[in-house]
Design a protein around this ligand. Structure first.
Ligand code: NAP
Length: 250
């Protein structure tokens, strides 16, 4: 079955508590709304609170499970902040059933020879170090779930490096390896699984920044991807671990 053709039952994620990073915009916003519409209690994480509040308001207006807003800047957050996050989610919900690692920075589109060391460090911090620290710190809480799903967000330039994509491509390759390492360590525990999805070209602000000359109408909407996101987050994929789902052909 192609995960993009998955047909999720409407209660797929009922009783599940799921954190989404970068939930205020783009693919993360669509995923947060979609998970909530399939029964999940979603924890909306991101740095622009006004955007998270809009997503929160939409979910509440649809009378879905009340979400939570968790403001965080993944550039500045330290390990202590993620340990605090673990404790606060534990106090509020007593468990965590899934994380969609979605927030990312594009950085510069320029040859490595010209690439700013500062931008390189920022992109690696948000796209690699932050998911590592968050996954590491939240694992004890994830193990309280009867089957937690970690979904990382890949990219075609992370599968194979490409000229002028700089830190973004390198960070996405590292995030794939982080997913695989976690998946291998958790393999057989049936408590936590990890997989990744490469959305491929999708109509968001990041895409518009990367391809300014492109007509956004020619690029698929985030909603097209949601069957695969639901598949990976729900229990129908509980046997799937360490897999890379490539949705770039859609
Ligand atoms: P987007 O519209 O730019 O959304 C990115 C989200 O991440 C935003 O909500 C942003 O918050 C958040 N974020 C960025 N830096 C952050 C930080 N330091 N702290 C907290 N939140 C931060 O991008 P998107 O296209 O939806 O991308 C979602 C994921 O898909 C990314 O991992 C991206 O690499 C991947 N992807 C996208 C495409 C595509 O064509 N769109 C293709 C392949 C892979 P603000 O709103 O506050 O900026």
């Amino acid at each position: 079955m192609n995960p993009l053709d998955y047909q999720a039952p409407s209660d797929l994620l009922s009783t599940r508590v799921i954190a989404i990073t970068g939930a205020g915009d783009g693919i993360g916003k669509e995923a947060a709304l979609t998970f909530a519409r399939h029964g999940a209690t979603v924890i909306l994480m991101g740095r622009t609170v006004a955007k998270l509040e809009k997503v929160y308001d939409t979910i509440v207006s649809e009378k879905l499970a009340e979400p939570a807003i968790y403001p965080i800047d993944f550039f500045g957050a330290t390990e202590a902040d993620y340990i605090d996050m673990c404790n606060r989610i534990d106090e509020a919900f007593g468990k965590l059933d899934g994380i969609l690692f979605n927030a990312a920075l594009l950085g510069d589109r320029t040859p490595l020879e010209n690439y700013s060391a500062d931008t390189f460090a920022r992109v690696m911090q948000v796209n690699v170090n932050a998911p590592f620290l968050m996954a590491k710190s939240l694992l004890p809480l994830l193990r309280k779930s009867d089957g937690a799903s970690l979904v990382f967000t890949g990219s075609s330039v992370g599968y194979k490096g490409r000229a002028y994509w700089g830190a973004y491509a390198i960070s996405k390759a590292a995030a794939e390896n982080l997913m695989q390492t976690l998946a291998d360590e958790e393999d057989g525990t049936s408590k936590v699984r990890a997989n990744s999805i490469n959305p491929g070209g999708t109509r968001t602000k990041m895409r518009a920044k990367a391809y300014p000359a492109e007509n956004p109408a020619d690029v698929k909407a985030p909603s097209v991807l949601m069957p695969a996101y639901l598949y990976l987050m729900g229990q129908d994929s509980k046997h799937v671990n360490g897999q890379q789902i490539d949705a770039s052909g859609k």
